[in-house]
Design a protein around this ligand. Structure first.
Ligand code: PBG
Length: 329
């Protein structure tokens, strides 16, 4: 490397000596614009329910949703992500509740869209909150059938779009679903509905608390290793993203977050498409529970979120969105 200088004429600590100087040379920043806030919805009235493993995160009944959306708007959070907690009585092998126009997600979408337009609503496309076996698709001989699952995911996407969803977010890892969903959306007049593809989603051990939150952990049979990516791999991520861009994705997600900063950087360096990161439930849990001192914990949260920006993410899905946005404002 040229022009790096040498000691003692060059002292890198000089630029770090004062706060104002550090501010002048900072390469990355964090603002509420970078945050996507996941919200868990459950049945009932006036419910705010704690979630095992995720202190500070709750499931809310629909009547409490508008307050949360208002809060998000006031904090300049650009988008929320809705996730349903479906009672087991409504789950079956085909996840039929996903296509019920009165399911939790549809009800929440209708209500929010009737009242607010200045915030984006993103919804997961996958069947795991609705299947009795907890998998993201339908099983044939104990294997998630790719093409049969896509047919249902297309219907789920169309339903969400009809209810007012702004960003369809397939998190299922079926091959070819982005293209099929894009085609169906366009054919039905939803050509402005965006697609956020969970293009690079690993079969991760960090999803545990989320599965509690949506109630799929008890029912999940086996694991998701034969459709989600192997965490030993990175080159595959490039192929996943390339295919999804070709199929019409508007943004791509890397998930989980902090153990995969190298992948975020890899995608950022290889493509022009915006990359989002998902700081998943297990990461939330570790950070939230891991540091005893409150101030240190808050600063560690910011540090973790800046790491995504440094790696090249344009936005981060994080359960800290709400508290961090308050702090940043
Ligand atoms: C399901 C889905 C998962 C998450 C988001 N969508 C779990 C899974 O794939 O089993 C995990 C999010 C988190 O852990 O915070 N399609």
């Amino acid at each position: 490397m040229k022009n790096i200088g040498s000691y003692p004429s060059t002292r890198l600590r000089r630029n770090r000596k004062t706060g104002w100087s550090r501010r002048l040379v900072q390469e990355n920043t964090l603002s509420p614009n970078d945050l996507i806030w996941p919200i868990f919805i459950t049945e009932g009235k006036n419910v705010k329910e704690a979630i095992n493993g995720m202190p500070g995160v709750y499931r809310y009944s629909i009547d409490k949703i508008l307050k949360l959306i208002e809060k998000a708007i006031n904090k300049s959070i650009p988008m929320v992500a809705l996730f349903p907690h479906t009672p087991s009585s409504k789950k079956n092998a085909n996840g039929k509740e996903a296509l019920n126009k009165n399911n939790l997600i549809c009800k929440a979408l209708k209500l929010i869209k009737k009242n607010y337009n200045e915030i984006g609503i993103m919804c997961d496309v996958a069947l795991d909150p609705y299947t009795s076996h907890g998998h993201d698709g339908i099983l044939r001989n104990n294997y998630v059938d790719n093409d049969e699952t896509i047919k249902i995911l297309v219907k789920q996407s169309l339903l969400q779009a009809k209810m007012g969803c702004d960003v369809i977010a397939p998190s299922d890892m079926m091959d070819g679903r982005i293209g099929q969903i894009r085609k169906a959306l366009d054919k039905n007049g939803y050509n402005n509905v965006q697609i956020l593809s969970y293009a690079v989603k690993y079969a991760s051990n960090f999803y545990g608390p989320f599965r509690n939150a949506v109630g799929s952990s008890k029912s999940l049979k086996g694991n998701k290793k034969n459709y989600q990516m192997d965490y030993k791999n990175s080159k595959e991520a490039i192929r996943e993203v390339a295919l999804d861009i070709k199929e019409g994705a508007d943004f791509v997600m890397v998930k989980p977050g902090m153990p995969y900063l190298d992948i975020i950087k890899l995608v950022r360096d290889n493509f022009k498409i915006p990359v989002f990161a998902y700081q998943v439930s297990g990461e939330y849990s570790l950070i939230k529970n891991g540091i005893i001192n409150k101030t240190l914990n808050e600063d560690a949260i910011i540090e973790s979120l800046i790491s995504f920006k440094r790696a090249g993410a344009s936005a981060v899905v994080t359960y800290f969105a709400d508290s961090v946005a308050s702090k940043l404002k």
